[in-house]
Write a protein that binds this ligand. Structure first.
Ligand code: PHE
Ligand code: NA
Length: 452
């Protein structure tokens, strides 16, 4: 059977960008930047983007393109003893898929509530007690299934399932072509209103004003690398699967640069959107901005709803924000599920439709664990482990196998033969020395910190 293919170059880029741009750009990037030195964070961030993000993207695109398989098949073609790395990455993707969809579910609920701000004035108590119904439960005591969370999650799964079931060109590509332009328009629309609010500029100053004392802090570098791998969806088996559907004649260097730059540009837009709102909120409440920011899920589901309460035309800006969050999340969720589905199709020779039913069906059932009273605690636990250890370890193993056992110079030659512009020797230096060294240090530090 012939492998499915993307219909056009733009279609592939939009799908790759759809995977990259996700919840991570809208709520994770702004608070990471804020916590790690504001404007000074951009130095490690850009450094990680150039020395790790772009080279990894080029490498993963070339693996999928050349080896024409999802991660397990691609790695097994490099050597049968490496197939497990593909499955390790597919497992990470599967784990992310089941909790990521919970956050999309919350965003769908909040999209509904945003029209009337029915979350009320105490958005903190609302989110944790009334919406999540966080009890005294620990992750081992999940409590009961919350239907008001399970239902929006079901909607998210239905959309993902429809795209995966329909296929690469008719499903994933078509969805990306609608979702991505829509997302940019929504965020631009939102920004063009909120930057004119009083206090918005103070918020932006806060985000962009560098605190150089943080730049020598190893934690900031670790955060920047973690954010780059997460935000670009590399190391999860996703970009390998997506690039395995590229036509033979594809400009890999160009596609990789576009994907990375669009994603990171969008992150900066999202930072502007969030911090303009926070600056306005700080001014309205006559509080310093440090007292209105919160990190993690609290930013999108506690702070932003509180800010929306204060915005002009909240019934427009509120739904706009949550709709953007839903769209960004869904296009990423589709890509994670495709990474799993395509691996199963390769391995078991199933039809796409059968694999889609089984993967989404099982994923759906498991994800319901996150629609319980203990869901958030479980989510925090899994998310911590994935982001701080599993993902970076997976990238480290990937680079160790590829850069040390195989030849990075061959990859460079392969992509340069097929591109309008060539990448230089720096690519090899980054992949063979710089990235492995950085990753090794960061993974070790994170492991030590976790078990201390
Ligand atoms: N890149 C996505 C984001 O920034 C994250 C992601 C994508 C995570 C796909 C998992 C799978 O949100
Ligand atoms: Na991203």
């Amino acid at each position: 059977m012939n492998r499915e293919q993307w219909g056009s170059r733009a279609g592939f880029i939009l799908a790759a960008v759809g995977s990259a741009i996700g919840l991570g750009n809208i709520w994770r990037f702004p608070y990471m930047a804020y916590e790690n030195g504001g404007g000074a964070f951009f130095i490690p961030y850009l450094f990680a983007m150039i020395t790790a993000g772009i080279p990894f993207m080029i490498m993963e695109f070339s693996l999928g393109h050349k080896l024409r398989g999802a991660a397990p098949r691609a790695f097994s073609k490099l050597g049968t003893k490496f197939e497990w790395l593909g499955w390790f990455q597919v497992s990470i993707a599967a784990i992310i898929a089941v909790y990521y969809v919970a956050i999309i579910g919350w965003a769908i609920s909040y999209l509904g509530m945003a029209f009337t701000q029915s979350w009320g004035s105490d958005t903190n108590a609302f989110f944790f007690s009334e919406y999540l119904k966080l009890g005294e439960n620990s992750p081992s005591q999940l409590g009961s299934l919350q239907f008001h969370i399970a239902i929006p999650m079901t909607i998210a799964w239905a959309i993902t399932f429809a795209a995966i079931f329909t296929g690469v060109k008719g499903g994933i590509e078509r969805a990306s072509k609608i979702m991505m332009p829509l997302l940019f328009l929504m965020v631009l629309g939102f920004i063009s209103r909120v930057v004119f609010l009083p206090g918005a500029m103070d918020g932006l100053n806060y985000l962009f004003q560098p605190d150089f004392s943080k730049i020598l802090d190893a934690k900031v570098w670790s955060a920047a690398y973690g954010q780059i791998f997460f935000t670009l969806s590399v190391g999860f088996a996703i970009m390998i699967a997506y690039s395995s559907y590229l036509p033979k004649k594809s400009d890999i260097n160009n596609n990789a640069f576009m994907t990375v730059l669009i994603n990171c540009g969008f992150s900066i837009m999202a930072g502007v959107m969030i911090f303009a709102v926070l600056g306005y909120m700080a001014q309205e409440q006559a509080k310093p901005i440090t007292e209105v920011v919160s990190a993690g899920v609290g930013l999108a589901f506690v702070t932003i709803p509180a800010a929306i309460n204060l915005l002009p035309a909240p019934f427009i800006l509120g739904p706009l924000f949550f709709f953007a969050l839903v769209v960004a999340g869904l296009s990423s969720h589709i890509s994670i599920i495709e990474a799993v589905t395509s691996a199963i199709i390769d391995k078991l020779n199933w039809t796409r439709k059968k694999a889609a039913v089984v993967v989404c069906g099982l994923g759906y059932l498991v994800s319901m664990a996150f629609a319980t009273n203990g869901g958030l605690l479980l989510l925090d636990l899994v998310d911590y482990f994935i982001n701080n250890i599993a993902l970076l370890a997976s990238c480290l193993i990937e680079i160790a196998i590829i850069a040390w056992l195989l030849k990075v110079s061959d990859i460079r030659q392969y992509v340069n033969e097929r591109s309008e512009f060539s990448i230089g020797k720096w690519f090899e230096v980054c992949l063979r020395f710089l990235s492995p060294a950085m990753l090794a240090v960061i993974v070790t530090t994170n492991l030590i910190n976790t078990f201390n």
